[in-house]
Design a protein around this ligand. Structure first.
Ligand code: ZN
Length: 65
C-alpha cells in the first residue's frame, strides 16, 4: 500500500498496489499547471485509490488553451 498527504496533513490518501507507469509529461497543460518544463505523472485505477482525509475539499479544474 502507498500513502501520501499534503504538507499540513489536511489531505491524505491511500493506494492499494503499485502505481501505474510513471512518466514525465511535457505537454503545454502540464507545463502551465506546474510552472515547470514537465510534470511527473502516474496512473492509478479509481478502485484502488481512496481518500483518508480531506478528499471532499479538493476540486477539479478544466483546461483552456
Ligand atoms: Zn501533460
Amino acid at each position: 500500500m502507498l500513502t501520501g498527504k499534503c504538507l499540513c496533513g489536511t489531505i491524505a490518501y491511500e493506494i492499494d498496489g503499485e502505481l501505474g507507469p510513471i512518466f514525465n509529461c511535457h505537454c503545454s497543460k502540464c507545463r502551465r499547471w506546474h510552472g515547470a518544463a514537465f510534470r511527473t505523472r502516474a496512473s492509478v485505477p479509481k478502485a484502488r485509490f481512496r481518500w483518508v482525509r480531506g478528499g471532499g475539499s479538493t476540486s477539479s479544474s478544466s483546461w483552456s488553451d
